[in-house]
Design a protein around this ligand. Structure first.
Ligand code: HEC
Length: 120
C-alpha cells in the first residue's frame, strides 16, 4: 500500500498518472475480493461461465444447452481441486473425454472452480 501511495504521489502531474493509479487500485480490489470473499469468487465464476460459453454445451438449472453433462448439482459430486484440474486440462482426468481444452487464466480457473463447487 505504501508503494501504491508513492505511485499516486509521483504520478499526479497529469491525468494519465491518476487514471493509471486508479486502474491499479481497481485491479487490486477485484483480485483481492475474489481471493478472500468466497461469495465474490462464486459470482465472478458465474460470470466467467457465461463469458466463456460453458452454457454452449452444459445446463445449470433451466439455462444452457443440454449437449453435455448437466452441472446443476456438480458441486455435490466433485471438490474444488478436481474442478481446477479438470479446467486446466480435461484430457488428464479422462483420456476419452469430449470436452475441449478451453484457454482460461489461473484467476478464471479459480473462480470457476468456486462457482462449480457452489452448485449442489
Ligand atoms: C464443446 C462443448 C463443451 C464446452 C464449451 C464446455 N464443456 Fe464441459 N463438458 C463437455 C463434455 C462433453 C463433458 C463430459 C466429458 C466426460 O464426462 O467425458 C463435459 C464435462 C464437464 C464437467 C464435468 C466433469 C466431470 O468429471 O463430471 C465440468 C465440471 C465441465 N464440463 C465444466 C465446463 C466449464 C466450466 C466450461 C466452460 C469453461 C465447459 N465445461 C465448457 C463439453 C463441453
Amino acid at each position: 500500500m505504501q508503494i501504491l501511495a508513492r505511485m499516486i504521489r509521483t504520478n499526479d502531474s497529469g491525468l494519465g498518472g491518476t487514471v493509471a493509479a486508479g486502474i491499479v487500485l481497481a485491479a487490486l480490489l477485484v483480485t483481492g475480493c475474489a481471493a478472500h470473499d468466497p461469495d465474490a469468487a462464486v459470482a465472478r465464476g458465474g460470470q466467467v461461465f457465461r463469458d466463456q460459453g460453458c452454457y454452449g454445451c452444459h445446463t445449470v438449472g433451466a439455462t444452457g444447452t443440454p449437449i453435455a453433462t448437466d452441472l446443476t448439482r456438480i458441486g455435490a459430486k466433485h471438490d474444488e481441486a478436481y474442478f481446477v484440474q479438470w479446467l486446466r486440462d480435461p484430457s488428464q482426468q479422462k483420456p476419452h473425454q469430449h470436452m475441449p481444452k478451453i484457454a482460461l487464466t489461473d484467476g478464471e480457473v479459480r473462480v470457476l472452480a468456486a462457482y462449480l463447487s457452489s452448485l449442489r
